[in-house]
Ligand binder design. Structure first.
Ligand code: TYD
Length: 139
C-alpha cells in the first residue's frame, strides 16, 4: 500500500538531555534521523511575508528544525498536502526525496535549521511546480 503523506514526512521528537542548567538536544546522523548528515544550513531573517523553498529534490533528504522561533512548512507529494508548524527546538520534520516544500510564516526570531543528506547540487532541485507534477504523476 502507498504511504500516506504524514507517514512519508513524519514529525521527529528529539530527546531532551537537559537538566537544571538548561536544555540539550543532540542529533546524530543515522540515529534520531534516518540519514547521514552531509550538510547543515540555517535560514533566519526571513520576514513573515516571505515564502522560501518552493522546490523538490530528486536526491536530498532533509530534516527541518526551528531551533528558535517558529515557521510553517507546507509539503505535498502531488496528491496530498500537509502543513507542519515548527514551533519547538525539540521537534523536526523529515522530508524525503520528491516532496514539494514551501517554508513560510517565519517569526521575527525564527532560526530554521536544515540537516541534509547530500552536498549541495543545484541540478537535483526541481524548481518548477508543473515539471514536479509531471514527474510525480509518472512515478
Ligand atoms: P534556495 O534553495 O533558494 O533557498 P531556500 O530553499 O531556503 O529558499 O537557495 C538560495 C541560494 O543559495 C541559491 O542560489 C542556492 C544557494 N545554496 C547553496 O549554494 N547551497 C545550499 O546548501 C543551499 C541550501 C543553497
Amino acid at each position: 500500500m502507498k504511504k500516506d503523506l504524514k507517514e512519508k514526512c513524519p514529525i521527529i521528537e528529539f530527546n531532551d538531555l537537559g537538566d537544571e542548567r538548561g536544555k540539550l538536544v543532540v542529533i546524530e546522523g543515522n540515529e534520531s534521523i534516518p540519514f547521514e548528515i552531509k550538510r547543515v544550513f540555517y535560514i533566519y531573517g526571513s520576514d513573515a511575508s516571505v515564502v522560501r523553498g518552493q522546490h523538490a529534490n530528486r536526491e536530498s533528504q532533509f530534516v527541518l528544525i526551528n531551533v528558535a522561533g517558529t515557521s510553517k512548512v507546507r509539503v505535498t507529494d502531488g496528491k496530498q498536502e500537509a502543513i507542519i508548524e515548527l514551533n519547538r527546538p525539540m521537534m523536526g520534520v523529515y522530508i524525503p526525496q520528491m516532496i514539494w516544500k514551501d517554508m513560510y510564516d517565519f517569526s521575527e526570531d525564527s532560526v530554521l535549521l536544515v540537516l541534509a543528506s547530500t552536498h549541495y547540487d543545484g541540478k537535483e532541485y526541481i524548481r518548477d511546480y508543473d515539471e514536479y507534477m509531471k514527474e510525480v504523476c509518472r512515478s
